[in-house]
Design a protein around this ligand. Structure first.
Ligand code: BES
Ligand code: MN
Ligand code: ZN
Length: 495
């Protein structure tokens, strides 16, 4: 899909479909007013007759309106003006895209942000348009046999701004949006794959592929022999029960100056989590193929930055393995030595994410990063605490936490700050080792974060627990592409 921005003259442009917004009570916005005037009140009459109530996301297509250069005019309900804002705007864009994709229109122009959208400037109006339209059009790489549905005809989408002075800003939003959308699609493609396809070696190949597509990206993958040489005893204890070989994947994006310290993104890459010897209950276990979503989001963020050409250095570190039970698997009570030298009593083999991440965080130190952000589907407790709307944000650095929180608001990919504190860390006491890998029933998302915190001395570190937000469950089970928008927004701001 191609995206472009148009100025004040957009209403006179030829297009297969002009997409215009109407608020409840028949308030026409932007170009709708001019189109209605030229068509001698055709739109106003439809509203008066009660055939279009402008409920948020409602659509009605009009064809060949007199005096209108567009073949079609798609009326899109924006709901009440009082509650209009970024969420409503995105819902309206999604509804319009859905209709366009099913139509015969090959191109369209959106006038939905021509009147100011509360909380959304021209940059984000354009960026959300691209992200929302691309997300709506995204299809899971399905492994179903039989005929594939035809691809939508829609190939070009424009955004009309109110004032030509906003054109440059809108174009920047479109460009960044295209990057974010590409990153989200890559994350979703990887995370939606089944675990028998998306193995640690598959992820390693995906990293090499990404490096092949972008000159600014370099990738390598360490095998188990090299991981053993690094003394990653904690990471290795998780893969011990699996026949599928582990990989430590390292990707470097170089868009900044050669000497600039990178931001390190560390992504949990458990390609399947059975729980190991502390085996999980069968219902819903298939969803543990999404346990590499943190890793997938690192791929997504780097894809986005490379597409945009962002002036920043980023290094992605991904410990990738399966968590399986077997005769060689780690047992509850086993004590392992992490790369940092700290020892860990593995009381529950299902708390494996923190075991792979602590070694990856230690490894990331060699890049002298200016910040380390780990991203992980780490705890069911985080899903209980925050559900599927906000991810958990944990950090021992207030400035970093604040920057991530602000990015999460701007990107409309929300994160909620949770505590990191010594009182919780005490729950990780072990009689036999430096730490236990679980901290009891209370505050499970916090004790998991505190476990990682203990490996971040001297680092500016933050942790995103995305267990609730990375994928939908139930009938719409699929990867969401989150938190790629949040990560990219934060990184563009750092650049
Ligand atoms: N991958 C899971 C966390 C998870 C649970 C993600 C549900 C998405 C949905 C993680 O490895 C895990 O099993 N965590 C345990 C930790 C516990 C044993 C302390 C959990 O949350 O139950
Ligand atoms: Mn687990
Ligand atoms: Zn897990």
């Amino acid at each position: 899909m191609q995206f472009h921005a148009l100025g004040a003259s957009a209403v006179r442009a030829r297009t297969a479909c002009a997409v215009v917004g109407i608020h409840e009570q028949g308030e026409l916005t932007g170009a709708a007013v001019a189109i209605d005037e030229r068509a001698k009140g055709a739109i106003t009459r439809i509203v008066k007759r009660g055939d279009f109530r402008a409920k948020l996301g409602e659509v009605l297509a009009l064809h060949d309106l007199p005096g209108c250069p567009a073949e079609r005019v798609l009326l899109v309900g924006l709901g009440s003006r009082k509650t209009f804002g970024r969420k409503a705007y995105r819902k309206a864009v999604a509804a319009a895209t859905q209709w366009l994709a099913a139509s015969g229109a090959a191109d369209a122009v959106s006038f939905l942000a021509q009147d100011p959208v509360p909380e959304v400037d021209a940059y984000y109006a354009a960026r959300y348009l691209v992200e929302t339209a691309s997300s709506t059009l995204y299809r899971i790489p399905d492994l179903k046999s039989g005929k594939k549905p035809a691809a939508p005809k829609l190939g070009k989408l424009g955004i009309a701004v109110a004032d030509s002075a906003q054109l440059e800003t809108a174009r920047r939003g479109l460009g960044d949006g295209v990057g974010v959308a590409a990153g989200m699609a890559l994350m979703r493609d990887l995370a939606n794959l089944p675990a028998n396809v998306c193995t640690p070696s598959h992820l390693a190949a995906a990293a090499r592929k990404l490096a092949g597509e972008h000159k600014s990206v370099r990738a390598r993958a360490l095998d188990e022999r090299e991981i053993r040489k690094l003394k990653m005893g904690s990471f290795l204890s998780v893969t011990a029960g699996s026949d599928e070989p582990a990989r430590l994947i390292v990707m470097e994006y170089r868009g900044g100056k050669a000497g600039d310290a990178p931001v390190a993104l560390v992504g949990k890459g458990i390609t399947f989590d059975t729980g190991g010897i502390s085996l999980k209950d069968p219902p819903g276990m298939d969803e543990m193929k999404f346990d590499m979503s943190g890793a997938a989001s690192v791929f997504g963020a780097i894809k986005a930055l490379a597409t945009i050409g962002a002036r920043i250095n980023v290094v992605g570190v991904i410990p990738a393995c399966e968590n399986m039970p077997s005769g060689r698997a780690t047992k509850p009570g086993d004590i392992v030595t992490s790369m940092s030298g700290k020892t860990i009593e593995v009381l529950n083999t299902d708390a494996e994410g923190r075991l792979v991440l602590c070694d990856a965080i230690t490894y990331a130190r060699r890049f002298k990063p200016k910040a380390v952000i780990d991203i992980a589907t780490l705890t069911g407790a985080c899903v209980i605490a925050l559900g599927s709307h906000y991810c958990g944000l944990f950090s021992s650095d207030d400035a970093l936490a604040h920057a991530l929180e602000e990015a999460s608001k701007r990107a409309d990919d929300r994160a909620w700050r949770m505590p990191v504190a010594e009182e919780y860390a005490e729950q990780l006491k072990s009689n036999f080792a430096d730490f236990a890998n679980i901290g009891g029933r209370e505050a499970g998302a916090v004790t998991a974060a505190c476990f990682l915190w203990k490996f971040t001395d001297g680092l500016r570190w933050a942790h995103l627990d995305i267990a609730g937000t990375a994928n939908l469950t139930g009938p719409s089970k699929a990867s969401t592409g989150r938190p790629v928008p949040l990560l990219v927004d934060f990184l563009l701001n750092e650049a």
